[in-house]
Design a binder for this molecule. Structure first.
Ligand code: F6P
Length: 320
């Protein structure tokens, strides 16, 4: 093993830069050269890359986004796209690729492995935390804290105006982010795609609580749990309360990574290079408890990550 590549793909996540830095510096430690692929998997198809030396990653550990940039690349899903990408990887003489991203990135990496025979190591980085084989992902903690900061502010105005706020957080397929944010933010109600609820029952509960003196509610809703506008209108009509909707959107994906996201990025980036150096072919790094581990790359995207029902129940108990 002499030369490796690193790519960030899919949606960006705070801490991706810290992971790139960790990959580059760890590779130098193992006497490996590093090539950075630009613009995600699109860069593999377009043939865009640059050599990354130790100084090229100075001063980025604290930056959100990704210096390599990223693209949601549809072409990589096609045979033609995969073959072009595999050919380019072979042409730049890399013996392994560290793919930083989420489940879609790992699905692509798996296909790239089949097409090129080049080793692939996945580094989970997504604010959604919807990757199997790891307790958490780079960027998740940052996004939780960004959303939490917003919710704390919303609560001030919700209380002053005796209003209900529906706060839409990211997660178009999964509700792990909404659940974490809802529990930490003391949300009265958490709506996620994995758990179906009866909205009318929720409205009855709100009305009862209001009669007993409650003056405001925060409802945290994952974008994938339904149409937040319709939910807001329905609650307003059924309860007679004033309801407002706040969509947090992409602010959750930006900003400086938290210490937790940075440390994870350092650990994951280093472990990924270590795996390549010992000859692993197709793995994803992860964390279980305090231990940095690795799992089969395919497990990461084939298995659906389970929602922590205990956490959901806990949020319900504490919201009384
Ligand atoms: O995959 C991360 C994520 O932030 C999701 O939570 C969100 O639904 C999606 O990306 C938004 O993607 P885009 O920025 O491409 O619109």
């Amino acid at each position: 093993m002499k030369r490796i590549g690193v790519v960030t793909a899919g949606g960006d996540a705070p801490g991706m830069n810290a992971a790139i830095r960790a990959v580059v510096r760890s590779a130098i430690y193992y006497n490996l050269e590093v090539v950075g692929i630009e613009r995600g998997y699109a860069g593999l198809i377009e043939g865009r890359c640059r050599v990354l030396d130790r100084r090229s990653v100075s001063g980025i550990i604290n930056l959100g986004g990704t210096i390599l940039r990223t693209v949601r690349c549809k072409e990589i899903m096609t045979d033609e796209g995969i073959n072009k990408a595999a050919e380019f990887l072979k042409s730049i003489n890399v013996d392994g690729l560290v793919a930083i991203g989420g489940d879609g990135t790992f699905r692509g990496a798996s296909r790239l492995y089949e097409a090129s025979g080049i080793s692939m190591i996945g580094v989970p980085a997504t604010i959604d935390n919807d990757v199997s084989g790891t307790d958490t992902t780079i960027g998740f903690d940052t996004a939780v804290n960004v959303a939490l900061d917003a919710i704390d502010k919303i609560r001030d105005t919700a209380t002053s105006h005796e209003r209900i706020f529906v706060v839409e957080v990211m997660g178009r397929r999964r509700g792990l982010l909404a659940l974490e944010v809802g529990l930490a933010g003391g949300a009265e109600i958490i709506l996620i795609p994995e758990i179906k609820v009866d909205l009318d029952k929720i409205c009855e509960r709100i009305k009862r609580d209001r009669e007993e003196g409650k003056i405001s509610e925060i409802i945290v809703m994952a974008e994938g749990a339904g149409d937040t506008r319709l939910v807001t209108e329905h609650i307003a009509k059924t309860t007679g309360c004033e309801v407002r909707l706040t969509v947090l959107g992409h602010i959750q994906r930006g900003g400086a990574p938290t210490a937790r996201s940075r440390v994870l990025a350092c650990q994951f980036g280093n472990k990924a290079v270590e795996l390549l150096a010992i000859g692993e072919r197709k793995r994803m790094v992860g964390i279980r408890g305090e231990k940095v581990v690795s799992v089969d790359l395919d497990y990461s995207w084939r298995e659906e990550k389970k929602i922590d029902l205990g956490r959901y129940r806990l949020a319900e108990i504490l919201s009384l």
